[in-house]
Design a protein around this ligand. Structure first.
Ligand code: ZN
Length: 485
């Protein structure tokens, strides 16, 4: 009885254990699948949005997935991930990459966006020509450039450039809006020296005592007129015959130097200018109407060149002391009448000779002797005298011969009694007339300042061309015109 009772108790106890175990299992299962929820945890190793550079290498970031519980988080069972889509960095645009994992009822999916973009600006390469330079003040001449973009290719023809304060700024923008720039510093230089021009040439020669005006100019390709920067070395003593050298130097701002040399020959004046070198080249300079305020200056010039001339004097202006000087310095003196007034001297022969005598007295007073040389006012051919006394010239000419006088006309006119009013004109007229006549009696007036000023050039031209200057004497050519009243 006792044993039976024990068996019964044992079986009851076993039943109780079974129930407890079942409840426990149920509880565990309930916990595992209802309280704890299973899911797939999918992780992509990238941001949701990625921007990558055109043509750069792109690696799929990849993804990992685990099955894990909402409470049992430490449970991590790896599961495979499938990825869809691909990124080609050779094309601009947006691509989506999709990652998926799937186990039993559980699914997980994730998308990321990948944008292939061009953010690299074009590259401008500047060409440099060896030894290239730009003249200051001149625009820069392009040496060349090239522009290449990693996406758009050659953009050279779209490059714009601007020159500003010694620099050139280049820029070009590609289709994606990226701007590439480059800057070039302009190299300025000037390797050309200024040019010196010597007026009159690099060899000049003239007689002693002449004024030498040293004229020159300098021009630079960049700086323009540099005449005032020229330095002149050497000196010319125009009163001492010899050969002189003048050196002209000018340097521009870029150290380019120009040098020029001029040889100046100061020739000695002919020692005997009254020695006839050529019978067909003789000049008798005659000066009428003075003395006047310019006569002394004329005598200075004639004296400097040892040239002897002839003065047909009047008493019309005073300055009669000059007559003494004229005679003293070896010039010939002739009568031209005292008043030089046509109305009074050509009124009658008596009136003429009375005026004539007045002049002779003046000459005698100033020089100590009378003269046998004369010139009629207006010349022997004048017709003005007819207004006052018809036929008077015919008589006067005969009377002059009777008195032993020699009257002179002329065969070359300086023009200073007529239309010529400049030294250059006087010089030219005498030069032309003398060249034509060979032996020339030249009519000039020492009452004209510009005539006196023309004498230096006239004398020098004549000396340089082999002419001899002589004063008139009673045996000189008379150059008569022929009487016409
Ligand atoms: Zn006159």
């Amino acid at each position: 009885m006792k044993r039976t009772g024990t068996k019964k108790r044992k079986r009851r106890r076993q039943n109780r254990y079974g129930i407890a175990a079942a409840v426990l299992i149920a509880c565990i299962l309930f916990f595992l699948f209802f309280i704890n929820r299973w899911r797939i945890d999918l992780t992509v190793e990238s941001e949701d949005f990625t921007r990558i550079e055109y043509r750069s290498s792109f690696e799929n970031p990849g993804a990992s997935a685990f099955v894990t519980g909402s409470i049992l988080r430490t449970v991590r069972i790896p599961v495979p991930v499938k990825s869809e889509g691909s990124v080609d960095t050779n094309w601009l645009g947006t691509t989506f990459l999709t990652y998926r994992a799937e186990v039993l009822w559980m699914k997980a999916e994730k998308k990321i966006e990948v944008r292939v973009a061009d953010t690299t600006p074009p590259v401008i390469s500047l060409a440099h020509i060896e030894d290239f330079y730009t003249l200051p003040g001149q625009p820069y001449e392009e040496e060349g450039f090239e522009a290449v973009d990693d996406h758009d290719g050659d953009l050279t023809d779209q490059v714009t450039s601007e020159e500003k304060e010694g620099f050139v700024y280049y820029s070009v923008t590609d289709k994606s809006g990226n701007t590439g720039r480059a800057v070039r510093e302009i190299f300025y230089d000037d390797r050309e020296a200024p040019v010196i021009t010597l007026e009159g040439g690099d060899a000049v020669s003239f007689y002693e005592g002449r004024d030498f005006r040293d004229a020159y100019s300098a021009v630079d390709n960049v700086q323009g007129d540099m005449t005032d920067k020229v330095t002149v070395e050497g000196e010319v003593d125009t009163n001492t015959p010899g050969t002189y050298e003048l050196t002209y130097t000018v340097t521009d701002d870029f150290d380019n130097t120009c040098k020029a040399v001029r040889t100046v020959t100061v020739k000695p004046l002919p020692k005997n200018p009254d020695k006839v070198l050529d019978q067909n080249k003789v000049i008798y300079l005659t000066f009428d109407d003075g003395p006047y305020q310019y006569t002394d200056r004329l005598l200075d010039i004639l004296g400097r060149f040892h040239v002897k001339a002839t003065f047909f004097v009047t008493g019309a202006y005073g300055y009669s002391d000059c007559i003494a000087r004229e005679a003293k310095e070896g010039h010939s003196i002739g009568v031209h009448t005292y008043s030089h007034d046509y109305a009074s001297i050509y009124r009658s022969t008596d009136a003429f000779w009375s005026d004539f005598e007045k002049t002779e007295s003046l000459i005698e007073q100033k020089t100590g002797k009378r003269t046998s040389l004369m010139r009629f006012p207006g010349g022997s051919s004048n017709q003005v005298s007819r207004d006052y006394c018809p036929g008077i010239m015919t008589t006067l000419v005969r009377q002059a011969a009777d008195k032993g006088l020699t009257y002179f006309d002329w065969n070359v006119e300086s023009g200073d009694a007529g239309g010529t009013t400049s030294s250059a004109g006087v010089y030219q007229n005498i030069r032309d007339g003398v060249s034509q006549m060979g032996v020339a009696v030249v009519l000039c007036h020492d009452v004209k300042s510009y005539t006196v000023d023309a004498m230096e050039d006239t004398i020098l031209w004549a000396l340089e061309n082999g002419y001899t200057f002589l004063p008139l004497t009673s045996s000189s050519p008379t150059a008569h015109h022929g009487v016409s009243n």
